[in-house]
Design a protein around this ligand. Structure first.
Ligand SMILES: [Ca+2]
Ligand SMILES: [Ca+2]
Length: 233
């Protein structure tokens, strides 16, 4: 079976899984050449150091499903000069831009092992770097992540409201995900919510603030898929 056939088969299998279970799991394939050629490494979980898998600094193109962040440095480090966002509800492929090739050292997805499950992930640093805290329900205090959040990622169709004080007090902002073919996600930094850095102390599911910030998907299209659907050598 050649690579195209393998890719088509994988897409069919993933679609079947989605239909069977209602929500597909995030998955990402890393390729050592552009246009999903070369050696491939398939990922279904966070990887803080691709050197452990013998796949450090070799990725040139990617295919997959879900909302993923790819970091230049290991450990999702804030010192990474780039963090590449991949977002797709169906199996899709793209080439990394040339300045990001042969440099990816860690990666992780936002949310749960179902790309439609409503989640909010809080990140310690800019560009979804550093420690993370996954929120699934109303949380009136954040003992392990209080006043630490710089960036936010949402999966699922629910909005989420963040507050500067515990018990849903103080300044607040509602994040509403954008829609891509019936799939929802969003990524924000504190300044895009007109909040201060490192102030979030409680979180509620749903939109409970009159300060509403809807994610604009068009702002997040980094690398049109048409670049990578032609095959090639
Ligand atoms: Ca690297
Ligand atoms: Ca606070």
């Amino acid at each position: 079976m050649n690579k195209l056939e393998t890719t088509v088969l994988l897409a069919a299998v993933l679609q079947w899984v989605a239909m069977a279970e209602g929500g597909v799991a995030p998955t990402l394939e890393l390729f050592t050449q552009t246009n999903h050629n070369g050696a491939v490494y398939t990922i279904n979980s966070p990887h803080h150091n691709l050197a452990n898998e013998g796949f450090n600094d070799v990725t040139r193109s990617i295919c997959g499903i879900g909302l993923w962040f790819l970091y230049e440095d290991k450990d999702y480090s804030k010192h990474s000069k780039f963090v590449h966002t991949f977002a797709s509800p169906t199996y899709d492929c793209e080439n990394l831009e040339s300045s990001q090739r042969d440099k990816v050292s860690s990666l992780r997805y936002a949310g749960m092992d179902d790309i439609d499950f409503p989640t909010l992930t809080l990140y310690h640093d800019k560009n979804q770097c550093g420690g993370e805290f996954l929120v699934l329900r109303d949380t009136d205090s954040l003992p392990d992540f209080n006043d630490k959040t710089t960036t936010f990622a949402v999966t699922g169709s629910s909005s989420w409201t963040v507050y500067a004080d515990a018990d849903y007090g103080g300044d607040s902002a509602c994040m509403t995900p954008g829609e891509d073919g019936g799939w929802y996600y969003g990524v924000w930094t504190y300044s895009e919510l007109n909040m201060k850095n490192d102030v979030v102390s409680s979180v509620r599911k749903g939109c409970h603030s009159d300060r509403v910030f809807e994610f604009d998907l068009s702002s997040d299209q980094q690398n049109p898929a048409s670049n990578s659907t032609e095959g090639g050598i």
